[in-house]
Design a binder for this molecule. Structure first.
Ligand SMILES: [Zn+2]
Length: 318
């Protein structure tokens, strides 16, 4: 900390001496990265615009979320990341050991998700192939997503998704679902296909109190008998305590295709969470040092009984 320049007032009003005035608008930086998944190289487009949340799109066919997410970052700040192979499809075509697999990128973060059957991957992979893809998917988080979270001083990792009218991915479909701990139908929340979903109690409460966006809180961790589904949501719950020593909550922004303004409202509301996040406190103190545990731990409510032991962490290989 640069005590020399600052008067005796405490950090809030103490900018880093060499930094430009806080009001200076930053210029978005954009480009492409490459991510190795199996033997394939998958292009990832990025837009960086200073501090803010990190918004990640995995399903390329969910184009409303892509448009809204990128526009949000350009307007408000943060970082936008999206797979960008040029194919507007949910699945990625990935080569592994001489074969081409069609893979749902939101089922590849745990090999058990890939081995579970269903729509996760076809043809059915061997255990070795599933293991390799899951390891590469997690390496993508470690080498691309986590550094962006740190760079953007993000208060949340926001996964961008679109869904279709009704069905399982709607408030009606999730009401009473065993994975759901709390569900809030906002007074001014609009369509029941538009909601945010997070395991994080503070973020859920933040959205619930605003009462303009429907909110679903996922149960934390896997219960006995649950199958790991390989989703980023589930994986992140086991890993989220380890981003630069800070808790970075995960949230899904879910909106029906073409529900542009609803999704925009979700991202804006989640963005305002920065002000209340325990995680946000170390920002602006002019230090890159790992915040001490005491700056964040006490403010975070602990899940009761069953999940306090973080069963997901044990279930998720590194
Ligand atoms: Zn999706």
């Amino acid at each position: 900390m640069s005590a020399a320049v600052a008067p005796q007032t405490r950090p809030q009003s103490t900018p880093v001496p060499s930094a430009p005035p806080a009001a200076a608008p930053s210029r978005p930086e954009s480009g492409r990265l490459s991510v190795r998944l199996g033997d394939s190289t998958v292009p990832v487009v990025f837009v960086r615009n200073g501090p803010g949340n990190v918004l990640l799109n995995l399903h390329q066919d969910e184009v409303t979320s892509r448009r809204v997410g990128e526009a949000h970052v350009r307007r408000v700040g943060g970082t936008y990341l999206a797979f960008d192979t040029g194919a507007a499809t949910r699945h990625l075509k990935l080569k592994v050991a001489g074969r081409t697999y069609t893979v749902d990128p939101n089922r590849m973060f745990d090999k058990r998700g890939l081995l579970a059957g269903g729509q996760a991957i076809s043809p059915k992979p061997s255990a070795a192939v599933a293991e390799r893809l899951a390891a590469d998917a997690r390496a993508f988080l470690k080498t691309v997503v986590v550094p962006e979270l740190v760079k953007a001083k993000a208060s949340a990792l926001v996964a961008l998704h679109n869904n279709h009218d009704g069905g399982a991915v709607s408030l009606a479909g999730l009401d009473g679902d065993a994975t759901v701990a709390q569900l809030h139908r906002a007074t001014h929340g609009g369509d029941h296909d538009d909601f945010v979903l997070t395991p994080d109690q503070l973020l859920f409460d933040h959205v619930r109190h605003a009462d303009t966006v429907h909110a679903v809180r996922e149960r934390q961790g896997l219960a006995e008998g649950d199958e790991a589904d390989g989703s980023l949501s589930q994986y992140w719950q086991g890993a989220n305590a380890k981003v630069g020593g800070r808790v970075v909550p995960y949230v899904n922004s879910e909106a029906q295709h073409e529900h542009t303004s609803a999704q925009r409202r979700q991202l804006e509301l989640v963005q305002t969470f920065a002000g209340t996040s325990a995680f946000a406190q170390p920002q602006g103190q002019g230090s890159q040092a790992t915040p001490s545990a005491s700056t964040q731990a006490p403010a975070r409510p602990t899940e009761s009984s069953a999940s306090s032991q973080r069963p997901a962490a044990a279930a998720l290989p590194n």
